[in-house]
Design a protein around this ligand. Structure first.
Ligand code: ZN
Length: 291
Protein backbone atom coordinates (compact mmCIF):
# COMPACT_ATOMS: atom_id res chain seq x y z
CA UNK A 1 0.00 0.00 0.00
CA UNK A 2 1.19 3.53 -0.80
CA UNK A 3 2.50 5.68 2.02
CA UNK A 4 0.85 9.07 2.51
CA UNK A 5 3.12 11.77 1.08
CA UNK A 6 1.35 14.78 2.50
CA UNK A 7 -1.44 15.76 4.86
CA UNK A 8 -4.08 15.59 2.13
CA UNK A 9 -3.13 11.98 1.34
CA UNK A 10 -3.38 11.22 5.03
CA UNK A 11 -6.85 12.73 5.39
CA UNK A 12 -8.09 10.60 2.49
CA UNK A 13 -7.51 7.45 4.55
CA UNK A 14 -10.71 6.26 6.19
CA UNK A 15 -10.70 3.90 9.18
CA UNK A 16 -10.67 0.77 6.97
CA UNK A 17 -7.84 2.13 4.87
CA UNK A 18 -5.82 2.83 8.06
CA UNK A 19 -6.23 -0.82 9.06
CA UNK A 20 -5.17 -1.92 5.59
CA UNK A 21 -2.17 0.34 5.81
CA UNK A 22 -1.09 -1.18 9.16
CA UNK A 23 -1.69 -4.67 7.75
CA UNK A 24 0.50 -3.89 4.73
CA UNK A 25 3.35 -2.95 7.07
CA UNK A 26 2.77 -5.73 9.56
CA UNK A 27 2.46 -8.43 6.90
CA UNK A 28 5.01 -7.11 4.48
CA UNK A 29 4.47 -9.07 1.26
CA UNK A 30 0.85 -9.85 2.10
CA UNK A 31 -1.04 -11.57 4.91
CA UNK A 32 0.59 -14.70 6.30
CA UNK A 33 -1.33 -16.79 8.82
CA UNK A 34 0.51 -16.77 12.17
CA UNK A 35 -0.49 -20.41 12.68
CA UNK A 36 -0.35 -22.27 9.35
CA UNK A 37 1.55 -19.71 7.21
CA UNK A 38 -1.02 -19.85 4.46
CA UNK A 39 -1.65 -16.65 2.51
CA UNK A 40 -5.41 -16.77 1.90
CA UNK A 41 -7.72 -14.70 4.13
CA UNK A 42 -10.94 -12.77 4.39
CA UNK A 43 -11.74 -9.73 6.50
CA UNK A 44 -14.64 -9.39 8.89
CA UNK A 45 -16.65 -6.28 9.68
CA UNK A 46 -14.76 -6.09 12.98
CA UNK A 47 -11.57 -5.71 10.94
CA UNK A 48 -10.20 -9.11 11.79
CA UNK A 49 -8.20 -11.05 9.27
CA UNK A 50 -9.30 -14.69 9.12
CA UNK A 51 -7.11 -17.40 7.61
CA UNK A 52 -9.09 -19.15 4.88
CA UNK A 53 -7.35 -22.46 5.62
CA UNK A 54 -7.28 -22.90 9.41
CA UNK A 55 -9.82 -20.14 10.21
CA UNK A 56 -7.65 -18.54 12.87
CA UNK A 57 -8.50 -14.89 13.63
CA UNK A 58 -5.65 -12.39 13.42
CA UNK A 59 -6.09 -8.87 14.73
CA UNK A 60 -3.76 -6.40 13.12
CA UNK A 61 -3.58 -4.22 16.24
CA UNK A 62 -2.72 -7.05 18.66
CA UNK A 63 0.69 -6.66 20.26
CA UNK A 64 1.21 -3.21 18.77
CA UNK A 65 1.06 0.20 20.40
CA UNK A 66 -2.54 0.55 19.16
CA UNK A 67 -3.83 -2.54 20.95
CA UNK A 68 -6.93 -1.76 23.08
CA UNK A 69 -6.95 1.87 21.99
CA UNK A 70 -10.23 3.76 22.21
CA UNK A 71 -9.16 6.31 19.63
CA UNK A 72 -9.86 5.61 15.95
CA UNK A 73 -6.78 4.92 13.86
CA UNK A 74 -7.60 7.95 11.72
CA UNK A 75 -6.99 10.10 14.81
CA UNK A 76 -3.80 8.21 15.68
CA UNK A 77 -2.48 8.78 12.18
CA UNK A 78 -3.17 12.50 12.44
CA UNK A 79 -1.51 12.58 15.87
CA UNK A 80 1.60 10.89 14.50
CA UNK A 81 1.69 13.23 11.50
CA UNK A 82 1.49 16.24 13.83
CA UNK A 83 4.07 14.78 16.23
CA UNK A 84 6.72 14.22 13.56
CA UNK A 85 6.20 17.73 12.16
CA UNK A 86 6.89 19.66 15.38
CA UNK A 87 10.52 20.73 15.27
CA UNK A 88 10.86 21.93 18.84
CA UNK A 89 9.21 19.19 20.82
CA UNK A 90 5.63 18.76 21.92
CA UNK A 91 3.74 19.04 25.18
CA UNK A 92 0.66 17.30 26.52
CA UNK A 93 -1.07 20.68 26.59
CA UNK A 94 -0.31 21.33 22.92
CA UNK A 95 -1.66 17.93 22.02
CA UNK A 96 -4.78 18.47 24.10
CA UNK A 97 -5.48 21.82 22.45
CA UNK A 98 -4.78 20.68 18.91
CA UNK A 99 -6.85 17.53 19.02
CA UNK A 100 -9.56 18.33 21.54
CA UNK A 101 -8.45 15.51 23.83
CA UNK A 102 -10.69 15.54 26.91
CA UNK A 103 -8.17 15.43 29.73
CA UNK A 104 -4.58 16.45 30.23
CA UNK A 105 -3.90 12.99 31.64
CA UNK A 106 -5.11 11.23 28.51
CA UNK A 107 -3.03 13.58 26.37
CA UNK A 108 -0.01 12.70 28.53
CA UNK A 109 -0.63 8.98 28.01
CA UNK A 110 -0.86 9.42 24.26
CA UNK A 111 2.40 11.35 24.25
CA UNK A 112 4.09 8.61 26.28
CA UNK A 113 3.04 6.14 23.58
CA UNK A 114 4.38 8.32 20.80
CA UNK A 115 7.67 8.71 22.65
CA UNK A 116 7.86 4.93 23.06
CA UNK A 117 7.70 4.61 19.25
CA UNK A 118 10.54 7.04 18.98
CA UNK A 119 12.69 5.03 21.40
CA UNK A 120 11.96 1.86 19.47
CA UNK A 121 13.03 3.59 16.29
CA UNK A 122 16.39 4.73 17.69
CA UNK A 123 18.08 1.40 18.34
CA UNK A 124 20.54 1.17 15.43
CA UNK A 125 24.23 1.57 16.32
CA UNK A 126 26.39 4.55 15.37
CA UNK A 127 29.55 3.86 13.38
CA UNK A 128 32.68 5.41 11.87
CA UNK A 129 34.18 8.20 13.97
CA UNK A 130 32.00 9.20 16.90
CA UNK A 131 32.49 12.03 19.40
CA UNK A 132 31.47 11.12 22.94
CA UNK A 133 31.09 13.58 25.80
CA UNK A 134 28.92 14.35 28.80
CA UNK A 135 26.40 17.17 29.24
CA UNK A 136 25.21 18.50 32.59
CA UNK A 137 21.62 19.63 33.01
CA UNK A 138 19.85 21.01 36.07
CA UNK A 139 21.08 22.84 39.12
CA UNK A 140 23.39 21.90 41.96
CA UNK A 141 20.83 19.84 43.84
CA UNK A 142 19.46 17.99 40.88
CA UNK A 143 22.33 17.61 38.47
CA UNK A 144 21.66 15.22 35.61
CA UNK A 145 24.47 13.75 33.54
CA UNK A 146 23.67 13.06 29.90
CA UNK A 147 26.07 11.06 27.76
CA UNK A 148 26.15 12.23 24.14
CA UNK A 149 27.46 10.44 21.06
CA UNK A 150 27.62 12.25 17.72
CA UNK A 151 28.81 10.73 14.44
CA UNK A 152 31.32 12.66 12.37
CA UNK A 153 30.14 12.87 8.78
CA UNK A 154 32.80 14.90 7.01
CA UNK A 155 32.61 18.36 8.50
CA UNK A 156 28.98 17.82 9.48
CA UNK A 157 27.23 15.80 12.16
CA UNK A 158 25.61 12.45 11.39
CA UNK A 159 23.30 10.61 13.77
CA UNK A 160 23.34 11.18 17.53
CA UNK A 161 22.39 9.27 20.67
CA UNK A 162 21.74 10.54 24.22
CA UNK A 163 21.51 8.64 27.47
CA UNK A 164 20.88 9.71 31.04
CA UNK A 165 23.71 8.13 33.07
CA UNK A 166 24.32 7.90 36.81
CA UNK A 167 27.95 9.01 36.86
CA UNK A 168 31.00 9.79 34.75
CA UNK A 169 32.57 6.56 35.98
CA UNK A 170 34.17 4.04 33.65
CA UNK A 171 31.37 1.49 33.77
CA UNK A 172 28.63 4.04 32.98
CA UNK A 173 30.58 5.55 30.10
CA UNK A 174 31.54 2.15 28.76
CA UNK A 175 27.97 0.89 29.07
CA UNK A 176 26.73 3.86 27.06
CA UNK A 177 29.31 3.38 24.32
CA UNK A 178 28.55 -0.31 24.01
CA UNK A 179 24.81 0.33 23.91
CA UNK A 180 24.88 2.89 21.11
CA UNK A 181 28.10 2.52 19.07
CA UNK A 182 29.28 -0.34 16.87
CA UNK A 183 32.45 -2.14 18.03
CA UNK A 184 35.40 -1.15 15.85
CA UNK A 185 34.25 2.46 15.64
CA UNK A 186 36.65 5.27 16.57
CA UNK A 187 35.72 7.13 19.75
CA UNK A 188 36.86 10.73 20.14
CA UNK A 189 36.62 12.03 23.66
CA UNK A 190 38.38 14.32 26.08
CA UNK A 191 41.09 12.92 28.34
CA UNK A 192 38.82 11.88 31.17
CA UNK A 193 40.02 8.69 32.82
CA UNK A 194 36.79 6.82 32.09
CA UNK A 195 37.50 6.50 28.37
CA UNK A 196 40.73 4.53 27.72
CA UNK A 197 39.23 1.19 28.89
CA UNK A 198 36.92 1.09 25.84
CA UNK A 199 39.91 -0.08 23.79
CA UNK A 200 39.59 -3.43 25.56
CA UNK A 201 36.03 -3.64 24.27
CA UNK A 202 37.12 -3.43 20.65
CA UNK A 203 36.90 0.31 19.99
CA UNK A 204 39.58 2.64 18.65
CA UNK A 205 40.22 5.61 20.88
CA UNK A 206 41.40 9.10 19.92
CA UNK A 207 41.62 11.22 23.08
CA UNK A 208 41.65 14.91 22.18
CA UNK A 209 44.01 17.31 23.81
CA UNK A 210 42.36 20.63 24.65
CA UNK A 211 43.97 23.61 22.90
CA UNK A 212 46.21 25.76 25.11
CA UNK A 213 44.58 28.88 26.45
CA UNK A 214 46.91 31.12 24.45
CA UNK A 215 46.01 29.40 21.16
CA UNK A 216 43.53 31.04 18.85
CA UNK A 217 40.88 28.45 18.01
CA UNK A 218 37.39 28.56 16.60
CA UNK A 219 34.39 26.47 17.63
CA UNK A 220 34.96 24.01 14.79
CA UNK A 221 38.38 22.95 16.08
CA UNK A 222 38.23 19.12 16.07
CA UNK A 223 40.00 18.98 19.43
CA UNK A 224 36.98 20.60 21.07
CA UNK A 225 34.59 17.84 19.95
CA UNK A 226 32.54 20.41 18.01
CA UNK A 227 29.66 18.06 17.11
CA UNK A 228 29.06 16.89 20.67
CA UNK A 229 29.23 20.51 21.82
CA UNK A 230 26.72 21.67 19.25
CA UNK A 231 24.33 18.94 20.39
CA UNK A 232 24.93 19.98 24.00
CA UNK A 233 23.97 23.59 23.34
CA UNK A 234 20.85 22.61 21.37
CA UNK A 235 19.87 20.19 24.11
CA UNK A 236 20.24 22.89 26.75
CA UNK A 237 18.19 25.34 24.76
CA UNK A 238 15.49 22.68 24.32
CA UNK A 239 15.57 21.62 27.97
CA UNK A 240 15.41 25.12 29.44
CA UNK A 241 13.41 26.71 26.59
CA UNK A 242 10.70 24.21 25.75
CA UNK A 243 10.50 22.51 29.14
CA UNK A 244 11.82 25.21 31.50
CA UNK A 245 14.15 22.65 33.04
CA UNK A 246 11.22 20.76 34.47
CA UNK A 247 11.49 17.14 33.47
CA UNK A 248 11.61 14.56 36.21
CA UNK A 249 14.24 11.84 36.19
CA UNK A 250 11.72 9.12 35.52
CA UNK A 251 10.65 10.61 32.18
CA UNK A 252 13.93 12.19 31.18
CA UNK A 253 15.11 9.34 28.93
CA UNK A 254 11.87 9.44 26.90
CA UNK A 255 12.33 13.14 26.31
CA UNK A 256 15.94 12.58 25.29
CA UNK A 257 14.82 9.90 22.83
CA UNK A 258 12.40 12.38 21.34
CA UNK A 259 15.14 15.00 21.02
CA UNK A 260 17.37 12.46 19.25
CA UNK A 261 14.58 11.49 16.90
CA UNK A 262 13.98 15.09 15.89
CA UNK A 263 17.68 15.89 15.61
CA UNK A 264 18.39 12.87 13.42
CA UNK A 265 15.61 13.88 11.05
CA UNK A 266 16.29 17.61 11.02
CA UNK A 267 17.23 17.57 7.34
CA UNK A 268 14.56 15.12 6.22
CA UNK A 269 12.25 16.95 3.82
CA UNK A 270 10.02 13.94 3.44
CA UNK A 271 7.56 13.99 6.30
CA UNK A 272 5.73 11.00 4.82
CA UNK A 273 8.85 8.90 5.21
CA UNK A 274 9.27 9.89 8.87
CA UNK A 275 5.58 9.14 9.41
CA UNK A 276 6.05 5.68 7.91
CA UNK A 277 9.00 4.97 10.21
CA UNK A 278 6.92 5.98 13.22
CA UNK A 279 4.07 3.67 12.21
CA UNK A 280 6.53 0.81 11.73
CA UNK A 281 7.88 1.52 15.21
CA UNK A 282 4.34 1.60 16.62
CA UNK A 283 3.75 -1.87 15.22
CA UNK A 284 6.96 -3.13 16.82
CA UNK A 285 6.31 -1.36 20.16
CA UNK A 286 4.99 -2.76 23.37
CA UNK A 287 1.30 -1.84 23.82
CA UNK A 288 1.87 -0.60 27.37
CA UNK A 289 5.07 1.42 27.47
CA UNK A 290 4.38 2.74 30.96
CA UNK A 291 4.25 -0.66 32.62
ZN1 ZN B 1 -4.00 -20.51 9.03
Amino acid sequence: MEHPKNYRDLLKLGEDACYDYLASIRWDGGFTCPSCQSKGFWKTKQRQWICSKCKIRARVLAGTLFQDTKLPLTVWFQLIWWFVGQKHGVSALGLQQNFGIGSYRTAGKILAKLRACVAQEGRSLLSGTVEVDEIFLGGKNNKKIIAVAAEKRGLATGRIRLQHIESRGGSDIQGFIQAVIEPGATIRSDRHKSYPTIVKKGYQHEPQKKPYSWEEVDGDDERLLPRAHRVASLLKRWYYGTYHGKINNKNLQHYLDEFVFRFNRRTSKNRGFVFQRMVEAAIASNPRPNK
